[in-house]
Design a protein around this ligand. Structure first.
Ligand code: SF4
Ligand code: F3S
Length: 333
């Protein structure tokens, strides 16, 4: 940690990122976070003076989809066209965060990796952010998922209370996800159930969760030292989960006009008409997918595409218990 500058602003200065580049990034983040224009300078100033944030990333019963999504937040190949800076500020921010422990991408292995976690807990207790990916099995005392001989249940119950804040990333960490679907043989639950009463928890569901929302959430936390406004029952940030997909969808005019796809590949499908009859769950799902989209596109932060634009209905992957409540996926809601 010591070889990197004390603040993100100094780090950017070292990497020759201009103030204009930082302002463009802050503008993009303010747009994702649905903040008013005066907040751009607040974000830029906060980012410039933000200290390094130690991050512990725990993976339990998962498919690593959220890590994959996170690592594609802004591929360098896209940075030149991103309009943000080259290399992009997103890349640099992810580089600047101190990812002290991440089982998939960390260099240490075996006992050394466990030491990395123990060291972070010892030196940064109450200072690190804990990101959790995957569900936590509770049946048979959590025996269905162990890392380094320790159950996921025991790990999350000892690590989460020591964290400054906890991010449940993806639907599995939110409420058990696919492993937690009926009949749920492993007793899989999300972080909120595994560690009841966790004070500073934020849920970013999705299968996987969108990396732009994670980056925006971390930017908000780094600059304002609190989570963005949350839905009081689900603890999901309103900027990302406050609006129905159906209200933002580019196919909505076809819904209103009664022009529906009735079979995959029919003339309406080829014409880009509404996917409601094909089971699209946009009318019952809250997410900013139509705005932030997925995978790095040509204009940061908007991604290249999203499920409905690609021709498939939304399956409602940000909804609570969506594997149970939204199936069968291809029936009209
Ligand atoms: Fe709504 Fe889905 Fe039709 Fe879009 S495709 S208008 S989200 S039903
Ligand atoms: Fe999930 Fe629907 Fe978005 S399936 S990725 S919430 S379009």
């Amino acid at each position: 940690m010591s070889e990197k500058p004390a603040t993100f602003g100094e780090f950017l200065f070292e990497r020759k990122v201009s103030r204009r580049g930082l302002l463009k990034f802050a503008t993009a983040m303010a747009a994702v976070l649905a903040l008013p224009e005066p907040m751009v300078s607040v974000l830029a100033k906060g980012l410039a003076t933000a200290p390094r944030l130690p991050v512990v990333w725990l993976e339990f019963q998962d498919c690593t989809g959220d890590s994959e999504s996170f690592l594609r937040a802004a591929p360098r190949a896209d940075a030149a066209q991103s309009g943000v800076s080259d290399p992009s500020v997103v890349d640099l921010l992810l580089d600047y965060l101190s990812l002290n422990y991440h089982e998939t991408i960390m260099t240490p292995a075996g006992a050394a990796s466990k030491q990395s976690l123990d060291d972070t807990l010892a030196f940064y207790s109450g200072q690190f952010v804990c990101v959790v990916e995957g569900s936590i099995p509770t049946a048979q005392n959590g025996a269905f998922c162990t890392v380094g001989g320790r159950t996921a249940l025991s790990t999350i119950q000892s690590v989460a209370p020591k964290a400054r804040a906890v991010v449940a990333l993806g639907s599995c960490a939110y409420d058990g996800g696919l492993a937690g679907a009926a009949p749920n043989p492993t007793g899989a639950v999300g972080v909120g159930q595994a560690v009841p009463g966790l004070a500073n928890l934020i849920n970013l569901p999705g299968c996987p969760s969108n990396a732009v929302n994670l980056v925006a959430t971390l930017v908000y936390y780094l600059t304002l030292n609190q989570w963005p406004a949350l839905d009081s029952t689900t603890k999901r940030p309103l900027f990302a989960y406050g609006s129905r997909i159906h209200a933002q969808c580019e196919r909505r005019p076809y819904y209103d006009a009664g022009q529906f796809v009735q079979a995959w590949g029919d003339a309406d499908h080829k014409a880009g008409h509404c996917l409601y009859l094909m089971g699209c769950h946009g009318p019952v799902t809250n997410s900013n997918c139509p705005a932030v989209r997925w995978n790095a596109g040509s204009v940061f932060p908007a991604g290249a595409n999203w499920p409905v634009a690609a021709g498939h209905g939304c399956i409602g992957c940000t909804n609570p218990k969506f594997w149970d409540t939204n199936t069968p996926f291809y029936n009209p809601v």
